[in-house]
Design a protein around this ligand. Structure first.
Ligand SMILES: C[S@@+](CC[C@H](N)C(=O)[O-])C[C@H]1O[C@@H](n2cnc3c(N)ncnc32)[C@H](O)[C@@H]1O
Length: 454
């Protein structure tokens, strides 16, 4: 059965705004080529960033080897020298490119999904759009354009945008994209909102460092290539049981880091490995698990839904930790702070940590999700409205990048958390038999089943 997206999707799909896109660049989903164990950074690598490397080596010398999670957290989000804190890494002149940067169609279809879920929840009066790790703000801008175009549908709701972002550099780009010059910094350290503004349509936008700080209430959460940037613990099965992989200073080369195994169980290796685990090497993103639990609690208490898009697997992969710099794979221990670090998302772990209080859908491939959301029709409309051959070619090649199974189509997945009531069929009033089938199919959810136009 096809999913019924209860909005005038054909109306949106027929709108012909075309957003300029940056020149094509490499995506960052290629698998790791460097094996982890016994690897240390190559001496030929470019000179390390002194402050981050110095910070890490003095920390390790003072307190001993650190976990991979601590290494990743320091390298990516250290408030002074972290990669995300200091860099604008997205785009052709950065280190990698993402789906919302490749094509406006991605964000537009996510916008339709959000409206569909808001309608599925009975059109609550307040709607908070919450994006985790919004990058350059392109996805949010495309979503808001859909809201503008469908104002006859969503106009009755009071909509606000809430962005969770650790990077001041990216927050500035997001503010430019979404509010122009209308924003203002927070008054003091006490305020969990560090920047606020209004979109061109007058919608309030607030920036937070942590999800915890976002107000409660009916919310639709979006996290696109966010979970893969969170710190992972790595574990190796040995003859003596599971041991955690740690980062140490190479005793023979002062300025180099290397991986070692903890000699005895650590707190993480004792608590994070699932009973019955069959793999020999496992990566666990405990921080991602904690965020999923928070999302699940918020959805149960205040209503709403979460849509997570990322590369990942369902509990099958082992060593996926890798670095990206200038659109090339990069040794994770080399020049810390100068390259992006990432690991595939384990959706089976997210599902387990979400618990039974919410329904989990997916993962479904990006290709299937976007197809179910109507990307083919959307592409045709954009092509029909565009005479410029180079823009037409750009639209076709960006569609191919998002959808081709050999490119992003099969590698990226969508996963969703929903209120349990969202999937429940109405129960029959006393004495009335509404359903012949005792186990009726769950209500369809856009993207996860085939779309029908309304
Ligand atoms: C790989 S980028 C993806 C950006 C954007 N979603 C896209 O697809 O273009 C990861 C984003 O998450 C942010 N980020 C990384 N770790 C974070 C954390 N712990 N808390 C909040 N934001 C974080 C980064 O600054 C960046 O905006």
């Amino acid at each position: 059965m096809g999913a019924f997206v209860g909005v005038k999707t054909s109306y949106l799909i027929s709108r012909s705004f075309i957003r300029p896109v940056s020149p094509s660049a490499a995506v960052r989903w290629r698998p790791a080529q460097l094996r982890l164990f016994c690897s240390s950074s190559s001496p030929d690598e470019q000179k390390p960033r002194p402050s981050m490397l110095r910070h890490l080596t003095s920390k390790i010398k003072a307190t001993g080897p650190i976990t991979v999670a601590e290494y990743m957290r320091e390298v990516l989000t250290n408030p002074v020298t972290g990669y995300y804190v200091k860099n604008s890494m997205l785009g052709a002149d950065g280190d990698f490119i993402t789906s919302p940067e490749i094509s406006q169609m991605f964000g537009e279809l996510v916008g339709i999904w959000i409206i569909s879920e808001w309608m599925g929840a009975g059109r609550p009066k307040q709607l908070q759009l919450v994006e985790l790790g919004p990058g350059k703000g392109s996805l949010a801008a495309d979503v808001l354009r859909v809201f503008r175009q469908l104002s006859s549908v969503v106009g009755g709701a009071s909509v606000s945008l809430h962005l969770v972002e650790v990077s001041p550099v990216l927050a500035r780009l997001q503010a430019d994209a979404l509010t122009g010059s209308s924003g203002e910094e927070a008054d003091g350290d006490e305020d969990p909102v560090y920047h606020r503004g209004r979109t061109r349509d007058g919608l309030p936008v607030s920036w937070y460092r942590r999800l915890d700080d976002v107000p409660a209430g009916f919310s639709v959460f979006v996290a696109q290539e966010f979970f893969d940037a969170l710190p992972i613990h790595k574990f190796q099965r040995t003859d003596r049981g599971w041991r955690e992989v740690m980062v140490d200073v190479d005793p023979e080369k002062e300025e180099q880091l290397r991986f070692v195994l903890a000699p005895s169980p650590t707190l993480a290796s004792s608590t994070l490995i699932q009973a019955g685990e069959r793999r020999n090497h496992v990566e666990v993103c405990a921080e991602g698990g904690a965020i999923i639990q928070q999302l699940a609690r918020r959805i149960t208490d205040g209503g709403g839904a979460a849509l997570i898009a990322d590369y990942g697997h369902d509990g099958t992969k082992t060593d996926t930790f890798r670095g990206f710099k200038g659109h090339q794979l990069h040794d994770v221990l080399s020049s810390p702070g100068s390259a992006d670090l990432t690991a595939d998302v384990d959706f089976s772990y997210l599902r387990k940590t979400a618990g039974g209080g919410v329904a989990c859908l997916g993962p479904v491939s990006q290709r299937n999700f976007l197809k179910n959301m109507g990307i083919d029709a959307r592409l045709q409309v954009l092509l029909r409205s565009c005479a410029d051959p180079s823009v037409r070619q750009q639209l076709i090649s960006s569609y191919d990048m998002l959808m081709n199974p050999k490119k992003m189509g099969e590698r990226f997945h969508f996963f969703s958390l929903l209120q349990l009531s969202r999937l429940a069929r109405p129960t029959a009033p006393n004495g009335l038999k509404l359903e012949k089938n005792k186990n009726p199919a769950p209500l369809p959810v856009a993207g996860f089943t085939e779309l029908q136009y309304s």
